[in-house]
Structures are given as structure tokens and as C-alpha cells.
Write a protein that binds this ligand. Structure first.
Ligand SMILES: [Zn+2]
Ligand SMILES: [Zn+2]
Length: 138
């Protein structure tokens, strides 16, 4: 497992950070809130202790949304490009990092351990090994 810092950034590149393994957890979340917030079937979230996370740029561009009906659900995003960005998990010493933000993630990095809120998955969700996988946009 790599122990050197992994760099991450948003789509426009304004928000930058570094996260150092090992991860506390790495999971897909299929809850309905993650479906809305990601606009996709599930979130892919890495968690690390606060001491293993550091901002490198763009913190002033970050907007934060606390989802009022929920005790814990929150979303941070880059105000310039709309990408989700990491945030400190409330009442826990962890940062949540959307895994897709990692730049040049090493091939040997830890894999997701599980999918949570599986019972809430989108009714249209198909596991990828059940469909053709193409390398180009089609
Ligand atoms: Zn951005
Ligand atoms: Zn979720």
C-alpha cells in the first residue's frame, strides 16, 4: 500500500489537496442522497483521519451544503466548476474524499471494501460486469 501522499484536484484544478494513506475506509455509497449529490448511481468515498489530509489550493472557492433533514449528510463543492471536493465529516475525525478527485492514483491503491445502502440503489443500476465496457465514448 502506498504511504506517500496522493494529490487530488477538482475538475477546473482550482481546488487542490493531498491525502496520505492508509485510508480509514473506502466504499461506494448507494444512498438516495449520494445519488442526488453525485448525479450518478453511487458515490465512491475515501475516508482518512484529519492528520492525513491537507489543502494545497483553492480553499476560498469551496462552498458547503449541510443537508438539513439529515444529521450527517453534507456536500462540499468547488464554486467554479461544481465538482464535489473533500470535507471534514461532522462529529468524526475524518475527511471524506470523493475518490474520483485523486490525480494519478497508483494502480496498487486500496480498493473499495463494500457498497453501503445497497437496498437504496437506483432501480436502473446495473453492475458493470453485466454490460459491455468500451474504451471510447459512443
Ligand atoms: Zn473547480
Ligand atoms: Zn450516501
Amino acid at each position: 500500500m502506498p504511504s506517500s501522499p496522493l494529490a487530488g484536484s477538482c475538475l477546473c484544478g482550482s481546488v487542490k489537496f493531498e491525502v496520505t494513506p492508509p485510508f480509514t475506509a473506502f466504499r461506494y455509497c448507494h444512498c438516495t442522497r449520494c445519488q442526488k449529490a453525485s448525479g450518478s448511481a453511487h458515490a465512491a468515498n475515501v475516508f482518512v483521519p484529519s492528520a492525513q489530509f491537507v489543502w494545497r489550493a483553492g480553499e476560498s472557492l469551496i462552498k458547503h451544503y449541510d443537508h438539513a433533514p439529515s444529521q450527517r449528510f453534507a456536500v462540499s463543492f468547488c464554486a467554479q466548476c461544481g465538482s464535489r471536493v473533500p470535507h471534514k465529516v461532522s462529529a468524526r475525525d475524518d475527511y471524506l474524499i470523493p475518490a474520483g478527485l485523486l490525480d494519478q492514483a497508483p494502480a496498487d491503491m486500496p480498493r473499495p471494501q463494500n457498497s453501503i445502502f445497497w437496498g437504496s440503489r437506483a432501480p436502473w443500476y446495473v453492475e458493470p460486469h453485466g454490460m459491455p465496457c468500451l474504451n471510447e465514448y459512443k
